[in-house]
Design a protein around this ligand. Structure first.
Ligand code: FAD
Length: 353
């Protein structure tokens, strides 16, 4: 019977990136995915790589900064190995901080825009009286990224089992020996729970993740270059893609595992986008959707070993899982190999709850 060194439960961007990192270090890896890889939160995300959010918990800042720095190489490697583009963009972000964060906006190292530089940067933006900053932040297309990660993992020899959920982590003599799904069992001495918002549904060690719903809207810009920067304001954020799509997001809702969009909310996002960029009143609506972010009680990810030998957790990335994928893959591969990771992970320990 075939066995693996590591089984990863969940084929979102976190599970896929970790699978690639472990495979590169020589481990044999199986990703067990309930549906299709990369179709949940990682498919729903906007793809802003916000390394200095005024809301980011300070304990997370070192990982956020490190991961943002890793992105060009991470994206390049996935593009080369998969032959797919991930649309990593480097035009920066125009930030309108909320009133309670305005005093801290300088902390992110951006440049405060004058009325003239504001207009020069993004002529399509409606003039406003609120102060704004230009930040050096990138964005990526998460759907393209997960597709490229999935292809890269396959190319590197990671095995996949799709369309079959893990129902149980198998334990013998107090340590992990594999997983059981609705159809079969798989054997490995190490298992990592990367099941995103669903991670808490899988034992033996209880992980307090919860789904946090986000609704989004996708428009087709009247011209491909109508906007170049990501725009972040308290009303909505706007994320342009190189093919002319524009994502408008997103709500943050406690709605259980419900993934339906509602017309009033989508209309509100649409109106907010038009208010910020009046020319979007001509923009065609392409699609709307909702996804479930993996939230945690303290807003920090859950990364590391559990008290059950061989059982690890890498989840709870909430609003930053696309950003944090490269650094998560690196530190978790270290932990799983028994090395000391270069970042202190104590604040993210699964045992902290
Ligand atoms: C609307 C929205 C906008 C966002 N915008 C951004 C952004 O701009 N920037 C950013 O960095 N992040 C953003 N995020 C957050 C980001 O999407 C998540 O943090 C990230 O995708 C989490 O990745 P994941 O792999 O942990 O989870 P997921 O992508 O949800 O993957 C988990 C996988 O586990 C599988 N699974 C679940 N249970 C089982 C089981 N029992 N057996 C097998 N498989 C199972 C699921 O099917 C799923 O494929 C956004 C999220 C949303 C919803």
């Amino acid at each position: 019977m075939k066995t693996w060194d590591v089984i990863i439960v969940g084929g979102g961007i976190i599970g896929l990136s970790l699978a690639i990192a472990l495979r590169k270090r020589g481990a044999t890896v199986l990703v067990v995915e309930r549906g299709e890889p990369g179709r949940e939160a990682s498919h729903a995300a906007g793809g802003m790589l916000v390394d200095c959010s005024l809301e980011t918990p300070s304990a997370l800042q070192p990982l956020a900064t490190a991961s943002a720095r890793m992105y060009p190489e991470f994206a390049h490697e996935l593009e080369v190995e998969s032959g797919m583009k991930v649309d990593l963009r480097d035009y920066g972000t125009i930030l309108f901080p909320s009133p309670e964060h305005a005093a801290d906006a300088d902390r992110c190292g951006g440049i405060q825009l004058t009325a003239k530089s504001f207009l020069d940067s993004e002529p399509a933006l409606a003039p406003v009286n609120e102060p704004s900053w230009c930040l050096k932040e990138r964005s990526v297309d998460p759907r393209a990224l997960t597709a490229a990660a999935s292809q890269t993992a396959k190319h590197r020899g990671v095995d996949f089992s799709s369309g079959d959920p893990v129902t149980q982590i198998d334990i013998a003599d107090g340590r992990v020996v594999g997983v059981t799904t609705t159809k079969t069992s798989f054997i490995a001495g190490k298992v990592v729970n990367c099941a995103g918002a669903w991670a808490g549904q899988i034992g033996p060690f209880s992980v307090p993740t919860r789904p946090v719903k986000g609704q989004m809207l996708c428009l087709v810009m009247p011209s491909r270059t109508l906007l170049r920067h990501v725009i972040r304001s308290p009303q909505a954020y706007l994320i342009p893609r190189s093919d002319g799509r524009l994502l408008v997001g997103a709500t943050v809702e406690e709605a259980g595992f419900d993934k339906k969009t509602d017309t009033a909310t989508i209309q509100r996002l649409h109106r907010a986008a038009i208010e910020m960029v009046p020319k979007l009143s001509d923009a065609r609506i392409l699609e709307d959707w909702a996804g479930l972010r993996p939230g945690t009680p303290d807003g920090l990810p859950i990364l590391g070993p559990t008290p059950t030998p061989g059982y690890f957790v890498a989840t709870g990335h909430f609003r930053d899982g696309i950003l944090l994928a490269p650094v998560t893959a690196k530190v978790m591969a270290d932990v799983i190999e028994g090395r000391v990771p270069e970042h202190d992970l104590r604040a993210f320990s699964p045992s902290r709850f």
